[in-house]
Each structure stands twice: as structure tokens, then as C-alpha cells.
Ligand binder design. Structure first.
Ligand code: ADP
Length: 485
């Protein structure tokens, strides 16, 4: 099966969150299952072509695309995903992609990703490569099925091409003013109240994508159900209702070559479930670096996150002092909203013996915290899949999570009636529920035998892509069967 995988980020070239990890690992797993897969991603200025051994394709230079009244040119570079033969095509358009961050609030954010999507299609044409499936991801690629079925309908190359649109977070929808339709070159005919392009008086890329794709998926079974409700649908639940028979949830996998305590080159001591002393040595080193005292009986709780409202850290605010009276240390790595950054900065100042905060993005430190911590905290309000809890489980770092989305699908609460638990979870979105769950975890940490049992449960689970890659192939087949002409 020939798959074109289009995404706005792809690890190790560019990553801001889980989508980057998925785009860097799922295609490899699909290739192992026999798919012929090519990945498409924008060439942001942060991607150093020399470091990643990328080459400009001579014949694919200065390709013009009309964006509204402008003509913008792009080039195409070529590389492969590390340790694989999966081909990656980079859409190079400096006017749009040489910015400080992959995503911006700039006025031309719509134009940037309109260009990207058209460029993917134009590159496929020049490659004369006819994919069976285009696997689109989030709003930045959600117009591709619309372009295929309207603007490029004439092209026989795409006659049998179907689209699977994966939603990694329904909170991000690509809503723009109606002027953006002009930029896309699409017709205003489909823009009218409650029409295919319209949502709350905006031109909504994600809505259009949901309506024009053969199949829609999201990144965990629980989240697939949640987004069809008013509470989690972020205004898109009505649109999803019209496609309810075509929505599936497939749990993300993790790249076990990159996130594996046995082989991880970012951590000072590598370990397995049979050499857990080395994990304790990781903890010692981690605390040394954070200038906190090591005590084997004091658990370290790690946090690695984007600081967005979704991640639920404001649940900590009202109970923080009560929480800090418990016996644990806290290591925080993250960046995002000012109020959360400031909260964690101030917490480190108020509790210098217990807390260390690193504001920023640091991949190596993320691996080190995952290995060196005893527990990992994710109190998310909603969580489409979440990867950190799966990394933590495989590193013997016991997750404490709110029971939502992919967290509910991967973390089973340990308690006296469920000795098969691999972590701790709470349902109520309240500070009290969070506090009492942390208390429970800290108490059980004191019971070394039980704690080890919980750790081993997670370490022995298989979160690799193998199973989910097969489920995606089933969805690709469903998309082909659903093919809209
Ligand atoms: P989301 O996509 O909502 O941010 P996920 O749990 O799906 O959440 O994926 C987050 C990914 O980003 C994980 O690989 C995590 O380790 C990484 N990450 C998040 N914040 C940071 C940070 N400050 N430094 C390094 N890695 C980070």
C-alpha cells in the first residue's frame, strides 16, 4: 500500500509535542509492515539540512503556488528517517517557514499551511507517485482532502487516493477569517452558515477536513468517544456527529529505539527491569544536577510538559502548600503559559530543598527526568493520547494521571481491589482528587515490595507501534472502501 504521510512536525527534524513523535515513528512501523510510505513536512529554519543530511532535489526548485494575489515559490529537499529507509520530503519556502517557531500567531498563519498542503500535492504530481492513502494530521493538513476533491479533481493521479485524517488534539482547529478561503483558491460556494467550510463565522480547516476525508481517526479509543461530546468536542461535536460511523480511535505507540531505558544514550546509567539499582543511580545523578539532596525513601515526582490549560496544572494551585507538606521532591521541565511558568519558578524559590524548575525545551533532560524520577505527574483536563505516561511506564516511573483520553486507556489505577494497576489515576477534575491521589502514591512508595510490583507492571508492557500500525492499515483499507469520488 502506498501512503503519503503529511504532518506539520516530525521528530528528529522538528518537534513541539506528541505529533512530532508520532510522525517520526509511525511511518517506520508502517514500513516494517510492508507499506511504501513517504513523509512530507515543512522545512522550518530550525531544521539544519547539513545535520540531517538532506539534499535539495534539483528538478524541484522554484515551483510556483498562488496564495490569494501572491505567487509564492517552493523547493523540495529530500532525506530519510533515521535508522530507516522511509523517505522524507521537506517543503522549503523561506518566506513562510523561516520563523522563530513552527507555529505562530502571525497574520499569515493560514497562508503558511495552505502553501504546505498545496505543495504536498504538487510534489506528488512531480514525483508522479499516486498514493493509495494520504494520511493527514491535524488542521495544518486537513485541507488536503478538500483540495484533492475540488482543485485537483481533474488529476487522474489521485483518482484512487483516499484520505485518513488523524486528529491529535481537537482543541486546535485552524479557524481563520473568511478571507482565508480566497488565499486557499477554493470557492466561497461552500462557505455559508453551518456549511462545510464554516464554523462560528470562521473558515475552519479542521471542519472541512472532517467532512472531506474518507475516514477520521484520533489517537486513543477513549478520546474518540470524548470528542463526540459537548464537554470535549471544543465546538466540533456537531460536525463529528455527522461522521460518527467513520471515526476511530487508535492508541499512539512509542518509538522503542528512542525511548528505551536499556539503550537510551541520554541517561547516565542504562537499565532494565532486572537492573533497577541503575535506575536509582540515575535518580542520584539527576538530583545532583538539580542540586537536591538524594534520599532513597523520598520519591521524586517528574513533570515534563507544554504548559497549556489542557495539561491541568492549575489543579495544583489551591492545594500546593498542603501538597508540599508530603514527603517528595519535584522536578519540572516545561514551558508555555506565563502563569504556569511563574507558578513553578516561584515554587522552586519557596521550596529550594524540594523543587527544581527548568523552564524551556530540553530533549536530553526529558529523557533524564523520565529515567531518574520515581513518579510522573500528568493531571490533564483532557489528553488525546499522551506519550509521557507511556515513556514513564516503560522506564519504571509510575504515572499519576487524571483518568481521561489516552491516559485512561494506558494507566490502570493501583488500589487494594486492583492489584494489577500500573499507576495511579483520579477521575474528578478537582484539586482535592489530585492531592489525595498524590498522597496515595507517596504512601505506597513506602511499601517497597508493592512499589516494585507496580513498576514492573509498566516496564513489562508493550507500547511499541506494532499493534497500532496494524490497526492503521485496517483503517487505510476502510478508507479505500469508503472512497468518495
Ligand atoms: P502534547 O503533544 O500535548 O504536548 P504528548 O504527551 O502527546 O503531549 O507529547 C509531548 C512530547 O513532547 C513528549 O515527547 C514530551 O517528552 C515532549 N516535551 C514536552 N515538553 C517538553 C520540554 N519542555 N522539553 C522536552 N520535551 C518536551
Amino acid at each position: 500500500m502506498k501512503i503519503c504521510f503529511a504532518a506539520s512536525e516530525c521528530f528528529p527534524f522538528v518537534k513541539t509535542g506528541g505529533l512530532g513523535d508520532v510522525a517520526g515513528s509511525l511511518p517506520k512501523a508502517l514500513a516494517e509492515e510492508g507499506c511504501d510510505i513517504r513523509v512530507f513536512v515543512p522545512l522550518y529554519s530550525g531544521i539544519k539540512t547539513i545535520d540531517h543530511n538532506l539534499n535539495l532535489i534539483d528538478e524541484f526548485q522554484d515551483i510556483p503556488v498562488n496564495i490569494g494575489d501572491k505567487t509564492v515559490n517552493f523547493n523540495v529537499w529530500y532525506g530519510t528517517l533515521p535508522e530507516s529507509e522511509v523517505e522524507v520530503y521537506f517543503i522549503d519556502c523561506p518566506v513562510y517557514f523561516h520563523r522563530e517557531t513552527p507555529y505562530t500567531n502571525d497574520n499569515d498563519e493560514d497562508e503558511r499551511f495552505i502553501l504546505f498542503q498545496i505543495a504536498v500535492i504538487e510534489t506528488l504530481q512531480r514525483l508522479e507517485w499516486s498514493p493509495d492513502i494520504i494520511h493527514c494530521n491535524d488542521w495544518q493538513t486537513a485541507l488536503i482532502p478538500v483540495f484533492l476533491k475540488i482543485k485537483y479533481k481533474w488529476d487522474k493521479l489521485f483518482e484512487n487516493t483516499s484520505v485518513l485524517l488523524s486528529i491529535h488534539n481537537i482543541g486546535y482547529q485552524g479557524r481563520f477569517s473568511s478571507g482565508s478561503i480566497y488565499n486557499s483558491g477554493l470557492s466561497y460556494e461552500l462557505y455559508y452558515p453551518e456549511g462545510p467550510f464554516e464554523l462560528d463565522s470562521s473558515f475552519c480547516f479542521l471542519k472541512a477536513g472532517i467532512l472531506f476525508s474518507e475516514i477520521i481517526s484520533t489517537v486513543s479509543p477513549t478520546y474518540a468517544r470524548e470528542i463526540q461530546t459537548k464537554q470535549f468536542g471544543a465546538g466540533m461535536e456537531g460536525v463529528l456527529e455527522t461522521r460518527k460511523d467513520d471515526i476511530y480511535g487508535v492508541l499512539n505507540g512509542i518509538d522503542t529505539n528512542i525511548w528505551n531505558p536499556k539503550t537510551d544514550s541520554y541517561i547516565p546509567f542504562r537499565y532494565t527491569s532486572r537492573s533497577l539499582k541503575k535506575k536509582i543511580q540515575c535518580k542520584q545523578e539527576l538530583l545532583k544536577g538539580a542540586e537536591l539532596e538524594f534520599n532513597e525513601n523520598t520519591p521524586v515526582i517528574g513533570i515534563i510538559s507544554r504548559f497549556a490549560g489542557q495539561k491541568g496544572f492549575d489543579l495544583l494551585f489551591p492545594v500546593i502548600h498542603e501538597m508540599m507538606s508530603l514527603n517528595f521532591q519535584l522536578l519540572i521541565l516545561g514551558s508555555g503559559e506565563d502563569k504556569t511558568e511563574n507558578f513553578f519558578r516561584e515554587l522552586a524559590l519557596a521550596y529550594p530543598q524540594k523543587v527544581n524548575t527548568y523552564i524551556g525545551y530540553n530533549n536530553k533532560l526529558a529523557h533524564f527526568i523520565t529515567a531518574g524520577s520515581d513518579m510522573f505527574l500528568m493531571p490533564s483536563k483532557y489528553e488525546p493520547c499522551g506519550l509521557n505516561q507511556m515513556y514513564s511506564l516503560n522506564y519504571g516511573t509510575v504515572p499519576i494521571v487524571r483518568k481521561t483520553g489516552g491516559l485512561a486507556d494506558t494507566v490502570k489505577d493501583y488500589h487494594e481491589f486492583n492489584e494489577n494497576g500500573n499507576g495511579f489515576s483520579f477521575k474528578d477534575d478537582t484539586p482535592f482528587a489530585l492531592l489525595s491521589t498524590i498522597k496515595r502514591a507517596v504512601d505506597i512508595f513506602g511499601d517497597k515490595k508493592t512499589w516494585k510490583k507496580i513498576m514492573l507492571k509498566g516496564m513489562n508492557e508493550d507500547f511499541s507501534w506494532k499493534h497500532s500500525a496494524k490497526l492503521y492499515i485496517d483503517l487505510y483499507k476502510k478508507a479505500q472502501a469508503n472512497h468518495i469520488i
